[in-house]
Design a protein around this ligand. Structure first.
Ligand SMILES: [Zn+2]
Length: 269
């Protein structure tokens, strides 16, 4: 799956999940909390691809997300890729092939999604609002890069960084004081998980069962059979999948805000 579809699927899952929570369990979120969760989930849906490194010294290559904050995020991607490769070799069994980069290994596993979700929750619980601002800044950058890829490409990383910083500080100024912000960690975990599923349905093998050994392999790539899998970047993905995800997001948003709007309208007449 390509960046925009990943980011859109993160947003669609978060919005429809929030709708379901509100509809079936009366769990209401303020419009700002909802927007924050959606942005974070959408950004986190690109997070696993931060393992695709480029050429840091020449400021080239890497996945689109790796270029979000210019050479800084390229450097992060380089580190993540090397750590992933290290974990691959540390846990590989005799039938796992040799490889020379860590793309689609550690960051495309369930333990990774749990780890980043838990890590985010812990950060928010220990540092409160300041952690939230930092995480928001980073995730909004990724989400912008994913959702508005053409604009981000034209605007360049400096503008993307400035817009993310602006959005994060606006949110910080308007978010209620010191709380645990448990939903942010959940949004990061869910977003990363949605990414892995997205890769799986587009023929890309993902080691989703890691660390369960199967036939002397620890990193068995799992994907849909070619017959039913989508082609990454193909017409079906770009036209059908993106339209469907947009429709789901819009419907969920309407479902979330319509009741309160209708209520206001009724009170007015
Ligand atoms: Zn991926």
């Amino acid at each position: 799956m390509m960046g925009p579809s990943h980011a859109l699927s993160g947003a669609a899952v978060w919005l429809s999940g929030s709708w379901a929570l509100q509809h079936f369990y009366d769990y209401e979120q303020s419009p700002l909390a909802l927007a924050v969760g959606t942005a974070v989930c959408s950004g986190a849906a690109l997070l696993p691809d931060l393992d695709l490194s480029g050429k840091v010294t020449r400021n080239r290559g890497g996945a689109t997300v790796a270029r979000t904050f210019g050479v800084f995020s390229l450097f992060v991607a380089e580190v993540v890729e090397k750590i992933s490769l290290g974990v691959y070799y540390a846990t590989k069994l005799s039938r796992d092939p040799r490889r020379n980069n860590g793309h689609r290994t550690l960051t495309h596993t369930i333990p990774f999604t749990v780890l980043v979700g838990w890590g985010t929750t812990t950060l928010c619980a220990s540092y409160g609002k300041w952690a939230v601002i930092g995480i928001l800044f980073f995730m909004i950058g990724l989400a912008l890069r994913g959702l508005f890829d053409k604009w981000a490409e034209r605007a360049g990383w400096l503008i993307v960084t400035l817009v993310s910083a602006g959005a994060a500080s606006f949110t910080a100024a308007n978010l209620p004081g010191d709380r645990g912000y448990p939903m942010i960690g959940l949004a990061v975990g869910v977003g990363s998980f949605v990414h892995i599923i997205g890769d799986m349905i587009t023929r890309a093998g993902v080691p989703i069962l890691w660390p369960i050994p199967i036939k002397r392999r620890m990193w068995t790539p799992i994907s849909l059979p070619d017959r039913i899998a989508l082609r990454a970047g193909g017409k079906t993905e770009i036209v059908f999948v993106r339209t469907a995800l947009t429709v789901v997001s819009v419907l969920a948003t309407l479902g979330l805000v319509a009741p309160s709007v209708l209520q206001k309208f009724n009170l007015d007449i």
